[in-house]
Design a protein around this ligand. Structure first.
Ligand code: PAF
Length: 292
């Protein structure tokens, strides 16, 4: 595995792979890797000739007062995990300087207008502009054939799909299922900040989503009812602070027409954000008739 801190070297590596007719799979991350990331790398490994991963705690997607400084960082351990999974190129992104992810005197922003608005867009102004911008830069550097994102960050994954299509990047964006711990909690780099009681509280999230999923499988079609089921369950977990619960059309992230799951071309996403202790957690279920 080639490791580099220089974005220009990443571009040269990708150029050589493309020139040799090899397909490139990209797994962009902020590091502190866990099984969720590994599932993306492993899928990329199966589907592409060359796999690149990036570790870059992207400052532009954090607002002042968010956890940029506290965001977990474990670059050496991460590199070892990437090597074990046969990543070919690992970029440890740097913010500035020669070879930084952002050019000196950087001035260009990417804004995916509508998809950035609901859910996390409301509570984290500017967040998705930072995500879209850095992903567009990474797509420009690596020119990957495919890029891999986890369903846990559903809004982000949809936004990247839209960006890839709107900018005619040619990148096929894959959304892979959320990986969960044995108790059901969605894996996240921030889970390591949960103390025992907060983690216990956080388990209300998968339980609430499972209940809604069971209701859907049992024939419940109304988005508002599914949403309310999740909200009631979360609000009953005393100590958990609910930021949002929202059931939206999974492709547009708009309210589903006439409140029916059947009116959504690609199903319904029921998405939640909560605070358990000091930790903000997001999760979702994606309900589709065809998903069995
Ligand atoms: O999901 C993440 O880790 C980040 O938001 C991403 C996509 C790597 C962009 O910084």
């Amino acid at each position: 595995m080639k490791e580099s801190h220089d974005a220009r070297e990443a571009a040269r590596w990708a150029e050589r792979a493309r020139a040799a007719g090899l397909s490139i799979g990209l797994v962009p991350t902020m590091g502190a890797l866990h099984q969720g990331h590994f599932s993306l790398i492993e899928r990329a490994r199966r589907e592409c000739d060359r796999v690149a991963a990036t570790i870059f705690v992207n400052p532009t997607q954090f607002s002042p007062g968010e956890d940029l400084d506290r965001y977990p960082r474990s670059p050496q351990e991460d590199a070892e995990s990437c090597r074990e999974r046969q990543v070919d190129f690992l970029l440890h992104g740097q913010s500035g300087g020669d070879g930084g992810v952002y050019e000196r005197d950087f001035q260009t922003w990417v804004n995916v207008a509508e998809i950035s608005e609901p859910l996390c867009g409301r509570s984290r102004p500017g967040h998705f502009r930072g995500v879209a911008t850095v992903v567009a830069i990474l797509f420009g550097l690596f020119k990957p054939h495919r890029a891999y994102f986890g369903q846990k960050d559903f809004q982000q994954a949809r936004l990247v799909q839209k960006l890839a299509a709107d900018l005619r990047s040619g990148v096929e964006v894959r959304i892979l299922p959320t990986v969960r711990d044995a108790d059901g909690l969605a894996m996240s780099s921030r889970n390591r900040f949960l103390d025992g009681p907060s983690r216990e509280l956080a388990l209300a999230i998968p339980r609430a989503l499972e209940e809604a999923e069971a209701a859907f499988r049992g024939g419940e079609e109304r988005a508002s009812v599914l949403e309310q089921k999740v909200r009631s369950r979360l609000e009953a977990a005393r100590g958990l602070e609910v930021e949002y619960v929202s059931a939206l059309d999974a492709s547009s992230l708009r309210e589903p027409a006439d409140d029916r799951v059947s009116s959504t071309p690609d199903g319904l996403v029921v998405a939640v954000a909560v605070r358990a202790g000091k930790v903000r957690l997001i999760d979702n279920i994606w309900l589709r008739r065809s998903s069995g």
